[in-house]
Design a protein around this ligand. Structure first.
Ligand code: BGC
Length: 383
């Protein structure tokens, strides 16, 4: 019996290896209709596929990643991103599944900040605070989309112009987000923006991953490593207190790969406030370029996700607010902690925290930020 299993595994691995070296297999981008918004605007779904069969399906509504198919250790492809197969399901807004977040990812206290002596009031949508851009953030806007298929990489360029005053933010902001899927199984997200008045900006993507496969239970056994010595503790409204607290000796230390569930229920004030992990990690960076921020492995499938970024921080969120009411693409309920997010970003509430790295963008400057998700197999780190 055991011999037979070993043989089957070896045969499958060989098959997978043959497929990936097969000559003439090319990537592609295809476009299909996905649905209509409440005001009747048509939205599409673009499927980026690389030569290995890895797929990223992205809609120009909110730049949402609808599915992400990656290979397990047997070469089998499965969707590792929480989402829906029907567009209408995105109109009763889910908690930002797969979406581009803007103008400001994460929270701004009381929806207020002062810039160049002027106080701005934002739309509030999280108690007294503003979360992920306000009532109608970038995740609920229709973007223009231009696909591009090149040798070795497939991409989708999304553009959106946010009007001066939209959700209370100053300045007309031109934003471009480019998703690129390479034949090395890297999905990069490149953010660019320009403004005509000083404003604040913190763009990210809010994909919830389950590396065992979307809808395959909770993510507590996933092992996470985060390259951070400090995090920003929060108050009851999940607004940073301003302290940069050392992770050492706390359940927040992910220097060594640790199962998400190992300490998540510890008697720790911060874990209680977040109802689990819902915290901004300050990355240990060497410079300003693309650097490894975090990695996650799921042992049963052998999937490894590495997150590289130019951003100074990452919000590690363990799907604590999922409660089983949303049913995903494979018809399974998304229960508590059935997905995790690693949202690369600047720190929450930076516009009100002068000691945090600035999130101000001025006219004449260009906002530039890149994050890359590297889909690999355990033991095959890209580092
Ligand atoms: C936040 C959570 C929030 C979730 C969904 C995360 O980025 O940190 O507090 O519940 O987004 O809205």
């Amino acid at each position: 019996m055991r011999k037979q299993i070993v043989f089957t595994t070896a045969a499958l691995l060989l098959l997978a290896a043959c497929k990936s070296t097969e000559s003439g297999v090319k990537g592609s981008v295809t476009k299909q209709e996905f649905g209509k918004t409440a005001s009747g605007e048509a939205v599409d779904l673009y499927v980026l596929k690389n030569k290995n069969g890895v797929e990223a399906a992205i809609t120009n509504y909110g730049g949402i990643i609808v599915w992400l198919k990656t290979a397990d250790k047997m070469g089998r492809l499965a969707n590792v991103a929480l989402g829906f197969d029907k567009f209408d399901r995105y109109l009763t807004p889910p908690p930002y599944f797969g979406a581009i977040i803007g103008r400001y990812g994460n929270r701004i206290a009381k929806g207020k900040f002062t810039l160049d002596g002027k106080e701005y009031s934002l739309a509030t949508n999280d108690g007294a605070n503003t979360l992920h851009g306000g009532k109608q953030g970038f995740d609920k806007r229709v973007w223009t989309a231009v696909p591009n298929s090149a040798s070795g990489s497939q991409s989708l360029v999304l553009k959106y112009t946010s009007k001066d005053g939209e959700e209370g933010y100053p300045g007309t902001l031109d934003v471009t987000v480019t998703y690129t899927l390479s034949d090395d199984d890297d999905l990069s997200i490149d953010y660019r923006a320009k403004t005509d008045k000083a404003t604040v900006l913190n763009l990210t993507n809010h994909t919830y991953f389950n590396l065992a496969g979307e809808g395959q239970g909770d993510i507590l056994a996933h092992k996470v490593a985060i390259n951070a010595s400090r995090f920003t503790p929060v108050d009851a409204g999940l607004i940073p207190t301003g302290e940069l607290k050392k992770v050492e000796g706390t359940p927040f230390d992910f220097h060594n790969p640790t199962a998400i569930g190992e300490r998540i229920n510890n008697d720790d004030e911060q874990l209680k406030l977040g109802k689990g992990y819902d915290h901004n990690y300050v990355l240990d960076r060497k410079g300003a370029g693309l650097e490894p921020a975090a990695s996650v492995t799921e042992e049963s499938t052998g999937r490894l996700l590495e997150v590289w970024t130019t951003e100074p921080a990452v919000q590690f969120y363990t799907g604590n607010f999922l409660d089983g009411t949303l049913v995903g693409a494979s018809n399974r309920a998304y229960t508590k902690r059935s997905g995790f997010c690693l949202e690369t970003q600047h720190y929450p509430d930076s516009p009100n925290q002068p000691a945090f790295p600035t999130t101000v963008l001025k006219p004449g400057e260009e906002y530039k930020s890149t994050t890359v998700w590297k889909f690999r197999l355990a033991g095959n780190s890209a580092r």
